[in-house]
Write a protein of this length. Structure first.
Ligand SMILES: [Zn+2]
Ligand SMILES: [Zn+2]
Ligand SMILES: [Zn+2]
Length: 237
């Protein structure tokens, strides 16, 4: 399938859904988005959410400024509608077909929807401000001038980072369900723990020494966290 936003070929990911169903998710690397047919985003099991989390980590790159209004449904060509939603205290959005064929969700919004993202604390913002001036927004790629505030002036997203809690919860859930050997990469728990430690220490020292920090600011903090996590997973496997 071609991406409804940028028209490039999407990569198909087959995942496990509830009740033994297969869920097909299309991933677009150039515009950093996922397409779900119908309501398949609700069919994902904890294992497939983790798998998508990992697929995002392997494809994440510096976000580009996007023009979402050009998006059309790949099935019926109707204009997709920008839809705002809320998950706990996190706002996220996606583009949905008015005829219910599916929805296009940016990586960043998928991570928000599934609880993988949290805003920086005031303390973290203060630590960051001591060391750097500008960080790119994880949502739209726009530069955020830390002297002027902690939200992106272009899209309004608060500065955010990856929250490993959710990934750790999913891993724990899968282990309880005793399907761990099949669905959880044995290296994942350790990599998550390391990524958490390095992400948190990145606010203290900085910048230059740590590869996380160097790549980090241009990719946005969320992309940097994901890149670091994937680097750790590769080293262990
Ligand atoms: Zn695309
Ligand atoms: Zn449609
Ligand atoms: Zn932004």
């Amino acid at each position: 399938m071609d991406c409804p936003r940028c028209r490039q070929a999407m990569e198909v990911h087959m995942l496990d859904g509830h009740l033994g169903r297969d869920v097909e998710v299309d991933l677009c690397e150039p515009c950093q988005s996922l397409w779900f047919d119908g309501k398949e985003n609700l069919q994902l099991t904890p294992g497939s959410i983790l798998e998508l989390f990992r697929a995002i980590g392997e494809h994440v790159r510096k976000p580009e400024l996007r023009d979402g209004e050009l998006v059309k449904c790949p099935r019926c060509k109707a204009g997709l509608r920008r839809t705002k939603d809320m998950q706990r205290n996190t706002r996220f959005e996606y583009f949905r077909c008015p005829n219910d064929h599916g929805r296009l969700t940016a990586f960043f919004d998928f991570l928000k929807e599934k609880d993988f993202i949290r805003p920086l604390t005031p303390q973290q913002i203060a630590d960051l401000r001591k060391n750097i001036k500008i960080v790119n927004c994880s949502n739209c790629g726009g530069p955020v001038d830390l002297a002027k505030g902690s939200a992106c002036a272009h899209c309004g997203s608060p500065l955010s980072m990856l929250d490993m809690d959710q990934a750790e919860r999913l891993v724990a859930q899968l282990r309880v369900a005793d399907r761990g050997s099949k669905t959880v990469d044995p290296a994942l728990p350790l990599a998550l723990a390391r990524a958490r430690a390095e992400t948190e220490s990145a606010f203290k020292g900085l910048p230059g020494h740590d590869p996380w920090a160097r790549e980090g600011w241009s990719m946005g903090l969320v992309g940097a966290g994901l890149t670091e996590l994937m680097r750790l997973l590769k080293r262990d496997s």
